[in-house]
Design a protein around this ligand. Structure first.
Ligand SMILES: [Zn+2]
Length: 179
């Protein structure tokens, strides 16, 4: 998923995008079996490059469309200011984070919002958005990455981890907007 919003919108890449990734893996495997610099190796190499390009283009189209939808719909968009490079190193998230789709997406959001006179507000990455209960505002001292459901020991609420965090980010942004 690219993001989970406080309205519980889960923005995921379209299915054709995953199909392309499978196609790419297959083409890369075929390429690895060819004799280097042979004609069939050249053809296989070109095929891999073409799929790469088409993944890049479809990702870009998807991010443009999604960011356009959001800035059209909302007057203010509040996001967590994530250090994706640091995060991918620390958590070993793999390609989805290292290709920096989130970074590109936030840049698109920012300039599209600016163009329409709307706001993108970034919440400091040290804000405990995941550890805070969005219902009673109690803050947990520990929250393992494996806990996908936030269980509050104070008010006994149970809520999806990402949804809980995004509600906290929205509220932090609202507080900033009120000043
Ligand atoms: Zn609570």
């Amino acid at each position: 998923e690219l993001f989970v919003s406080s309205e519980n919108q889960r923005a995921d890449y379209p299915r054709f995008f995953r199909k392309l990734s499978t196609k790419l893996a297959k083409a890369a495997r075929e390429l690895s079996r060819k004799v280097k610099f042979s004609n069939s190796w050249n053809r296989a190499k070109l095929k891999v490059a073409k799929i790469h390009q088409s993944i890049k283009n479809s990702r870009k189209d998807f991010l443009h469309k999604l960011s356009r939808e959001l800035v059209t719909k909302y007057n203010a968009i509040i996001i967590e200011d994530l250090n994706m490079r640091g995060m991918s190193r620390a958590l070993n998230f793999g390609k989805s984070v290292t290709d920096n789709a989130w970074g590109k997406f936030t840049v698109m959001l920012e300039y599209k919002a600016m163009f329409l006179g709307k706001q993108v507000i970034k919440i400091d990455k040290w804000f405990p958005s995941s550890k805070t209960c969005s219902i009673c505002v109690n803050i947990k001292t520990e929250l393992a990455l494996s806990e996908r459901v936030y269980k509050c020991e104070h008010c006994n609420s149970e809520i999806d981890r990402d949804l809980n965090a995004s509600i906290n980010i929205r509220e932090a942004g609202r507080t900033l907007l009120a000043y």
